[in-house]
Design a protein around this ligand. Structure first.
Ligand SMILES: Nc1ncnc2c1ncn2[C@@H]1O[C@H](COP(=O)(O)OP(=O)(O)OP(=O)(O)O)[C@@H](O)[C@H]1O
Length: 278
């Protein structure tokens, strides 16, 4: 399987602490790779490095064979990397639909050629076009709305009846669903999910598992951080384990589950808060 994402020797230090320590990883097209590890293992820092929110002290990130190390988040989104955050980030005052449309518009900006090729003229020229071709613009907007509605429909009765509600009025779990819907509207080549079931109860977690399973079945490449090991074991093609910034294991879910170094890492951290892999 050719690698869509390849991470080589990625390292990030905060003062004396090495949060991510020479980590190598790769994610193949259509693959679901989970990154697990005790609290403070470096998972979110790794995501931040891959998605341009933070810059590494050493190492490289390659996406589809191109070096994207240190590129800003906006550019990475336009290249097809979309992420969600551990605590969920949505535009509180925008409706569910508009939150998802933000994702669709980001994608559209990426695929539209720069008019005239003159930097800075793009937005102005776009406005001019909108004025002379209102029908075309309206149709394009209509198509985006339709697409956003289809994505929202993936979340069934949880989101569909609330499509016009402002995000601030939603439950925590629903805000997290909106965030994932927005990321999907980017039509990402790689979707990075940071603890998509954090704060969700058992039935909500089971629903999310089905949604992720559905995305995977459609060929979506996914990099997942997740604490709920049951879900990780059911969904992942491969699992990588971080501990104190280092990758201590990588392999098929069953191999990782029985790896003594992994069991040791989980037992060694008293505040894991979740079951040791059984
Ligand atoms: N901006 C920062 N400044 C200083 N230290 C940081 C910073 N960000 C993360 N760290 C430290 O780096 C280490 C890794 O943190 P990180 O959040 O990546 O871990 P994690 O595996 O995502 O943990 P959790 O499962 O609790 O979310 C921790 O010791 C954390 O305190």
């Amino acid at each position: 399987m050719p690698s869509l994402l390849e991470i080589r020797g990625l390292t990030r230090r905060f003062g004396g602490l090495t949060a991510v320590d020479a980590v190598d990883l790769h994610v193949g097209e259509g693959e679901l790779l989970s990154v697990i590890g005790p609290n403070g293992a470096g998972k979110t820092t790794l995501f931040n490095l891959v998605t341009g929110l933070d810059k590494p002290d050493a190492g490289q990130v390659l996406f589809d064979g191109q070096d994207i190390t240190g590129l800003p988040a906006e550019q990475l989104a336009q290249r097809g990397l979309a992420r969600t955050f551990q605590h969920g980030r949505v535009f509180a005052n925008l409706s569910v639909l508009d939150n998802v449309l933000v994702g669709a518009h980001t994608r559209l900006r990426a695929v539209k050629p720069r008019i005239g090729g003159v930097p800075g003229l793009g937005a102005l020229a776009e406005l001019a076009l909108a004025l002379v071709q209102p029908g075309a613009v309206r149709r394009e907007e209509q198509a985006l709305r339709e697409e956003a509605r289809e994505i929202i429909a993936l979340f069934g009765e949880r989101l569909a009846p609330r499509i016009d509600h402002p995000a601030y009025s939603l439950s925590y779990a629903n805000r997290r669903r909106v965030e994932i819907a927005r990321a999907l509207a980017l039509k990402p080549r790689l979707l990075l999910l940071d603890e998509p079931t954090a704060g969700m109860n058992e039935s909500e977690t089971a629903e999310m598992l089905e949604i992720i399973r559905g995305l995977k079945a459609r060929g979506q490449t996914i990099l997942l951080i997740e604490h709920k090991l049951d879900l990780v074991m059911q969904l992942s093609d491969r699992v990588a384990v971080l501990d104190d910034g280092r990758k201590i294991a990588e392999g098929l879910p069953d191999e990782v589950r029985n790896d003594p170094a992994v069991i040791e890492a989980y037992l060694g951290h008293r505040h894991v808060g979740e079951a040791v892999p059984a």
